[in-house]
Design a protein around this ligand. Structure first.
Ligand SMILES: *[C@@H]1O[C@H](CO)[C@@H](O)[C@H](O)[C@H]1NC(C)=O
Ligand SMILES: *[C@@H]1O[C@H](CO)[C@@H](O)[C@H](O)[C@H]1NC(C)=O
Ligand SMILES: *[C@@H]1O[C@H](CO)[C@@H](O)[C@H](O)[C@H]1NC(C)=O
Length: 511
């Protein structure tokens, strides 16, 4: 008796336990070999693990269904689980735990998880004790997640205390404004919205983002670690609860939108410091200087992130032929950050209309951009000596008034054309939340049209303007002679450009 016996007893027990362990491993191994065709992914289930599930991507059905084999005791028993899946859950658990500690979320918060593709966000919330949580995704239905159109959620107004939108859902959405509206609708007043995004790092895109959520207050925007250690940003908004904390910018510009005049927020003015300088001296060889200047242009979309806009719009005023600027320049060279732009071509000259019929995604307005709706005389061929008719076309000018065409020589062709109130059209067609790029080449009419855009406040709708200003420039043909075609001087053009920049419009000198 004594220590020796005791020792033997324990050794016996130990041996039995070991044998039992070996048996279990052997059984699991056999199981794996039989069920899984001999492949053993050591990371997932060859070692002892009671919680981890098994992913069988190609077992059984061709749909790649997954089975939860070891029946772990996680609260919702997800149908699939893997280390990666679990890691995502832990990632979100940490995120939500922090929000919980900071008071943006509570255990009793009724919560919605947008675009929660495979339910990890929902599980993470439930695991930290927020039980009243539901996920929606446009993909097929999974446990914890209902499949539904994100733009028309199956929940009433003012339902949730907490909405979470991870995985770059907002910037990747085709209709971010529509999505924002729907989120806002289902959020309770004082409810909290948390958005994860890889965007909104600069002031411009953060403001674009905030414009999607009018009537919400920015509580915080900060960098955070994204899934897989990607850089991300966490933005926290609260519905209702007063004005933005970002300064007067957005609210005032929206107010101004309806009253005519508009206010340019500070961040837009600051951006103009980074633009290429205007050419102060009148160029002696404008046909070279202005053409070269195109290389210096700092495109807005190469300076800032243009995500979170409702729509991306390009308006070509004085479009001429498709190839002259839409096809050759805008489509090919303008940096679009992968956005699809709606293109409007405004061209009064009939010669060019036919080719636009076959162009998809382009809306042709076969009228002249003008300060009011009326019929005008339109000088089609500005250069009577021009042999090639097409080449000379499109340089047409709107004549001062319909009746004053009497003094014209017979060689000039004058057409009756329909002109429209461009400022009014612009206000009806685009909104402050759209990203609007415009090229304007209208043979001197800019001196009528731009003042009208200022007057009506429509100027604030334009994010970036490529303007060819027409003046009595030095001529290539005849040294020392100015073009007789236009009355305005280079100085007046420069004034116009400066005024535009001062007003926050990123205008470039086009040629
Ligand atoms: C829900 O809110 C939307 C706008 O947010 C409103 O148009 C709609 O009438 C509201 N529905 C109900 C039932 O109050
Ligand atoms: C545009 O899309 C391509 C591929 O779809 C991608 O490689 C590229 O990074 C994207 N560019 C931007 C600016 O998002
Ligand atoms: C100008 O014409 C457009 C298009 O026909 C119309 O919608 C608009 O109301 C007109 N504006 C005025 C001021 O008559």
């Amino acid at each position: 008796m004594g220590p020796a016996v005791k020792h033997g007893f324990f050794r016996n027990l130990l041996v039995r336990l070991l044998l039992f362990g070996v048996l279990i491993v052997a059984l699991r191994f056999m199981y794996v070999v039989i069920v899984h065709g001999g492949k053993c992914d050591a990371r997932d289930f060859c070692l002892f693990s009671s919680q981890e599930g098994i992913t069988l991507p190609d077992a059984g059905s061709s749909s790649g269904s997954n089975f939860f084999i070891l029946g772990g005791d996680s609260p919702a028993s997800p149908v699939w689980s893997s280390r990666e899946w679990r890691r995502t859950v832990s990632y979100y658990s940490t995120i939500f735990q922090n929000l919980l500690m900071e008071g943006f979320l509570s255990a009793t918060s009724k919560s919605l998880l947008m675009d929660a593709a495979s339910g990890q966000e929902v599980l993470a919330l439930k695991e930290i004790g927020v039980s009243d949580a539901v996920g929606v995704s446009k993909m097929k239905s999974l446990p914890l997640v209902i499949a539904w159109d994100l733009f028309s959620l199956p929940f009433g107004n003012n339902t949730f205390d907490f909405v979470f939108c991870g995985r770059q859902t907002v910037e990747r959405s085709l209709h971010p404004a529509k999505l924002a509206l729907e989120i806002s609708r289902t959020l309770k007043t004082e409810g909290v919205l948390v958005v994860h995004t890889s965007s909104a790092g600069d002031v411009y895109s953060l403001n674009s983002f905030l414009s999607l959520f009018p009537g919400h207050r920015l509580l915080r925007s900060r960098e955070t670690d994204g899934l897989d250690f990607s850089a991300a940003r966490e933005i926290i908004l609260q519905k209702g609860g007063g004005s933005l904390t970002l300064g007067p910018g957005r609210e005032e510009s929206e107010k101004a939108d309806s009253s005519g005049k508009c206010f340019t927020p500070e961040y837009k003015l600051k951006l103009l410091h980074s633009a290429e300088p205007l050419i102060k001296e009148e160029p002696l060889k404008p046909w070279i200087t202005l053409k070269r200047n195109v290389q210096n242009i700092k495109y807005l979309s190469s300076m800032v992130d243009i995500n979170f806009k409702s729509r991306y719009v390009y308006v070509d005023v004085g479009a001429r032929s498709y190839g002259s600027s839409i096809g050759s320049w805008f489509k090919k060279q303008y940096p679009k950050q992968n956005k699809t732009f709606d293109v409007y071509a405004i061209e009064a000259d009939r010669t060019f209309h036919a080719e636009y019929e076959s162009k998809k995604g382009i809306t042709l307005l076969p009228y002249a951009a003008w300060v009011r709706n009326e019929t005008l005389s339109f000088e089609i061929n500005g250069d009577p000596g021009q042999k090639d008719e097409i080449k000379g076309r499109g340089m047409g000018r709107i004549l001062p008034a319909a009746g004053s065409a009497t003094g014209l020589t017979k060689t000039r062709v004058v057409d009756e054309i329909q002109a429209f109130d461009f400022a009014e059209w612009l206000k009806n067609t685009v909104s402050m939340t759209d990203f609007v790029v415009m090229k304007m080449d209208i043979e001197g009419t800019e001196f009528d049209l731009l003042p009208r855009l200022f007057e009506t406040g429509a100027i604030c709708l334009i994010d970036e303007l490529f303007l060819e200003c027409h003046y009595n420039r030095w001529q290539k043909c005849c040294p020392g002679q100015r073009s007789p075609k236009y009355q305005n001087t280079y100085g007046q053009c420069l004034e116009l450009f400066s005024l535009l920049r001062k007003s926050g419009v990123l205008v470039h000198q086009w040629w």
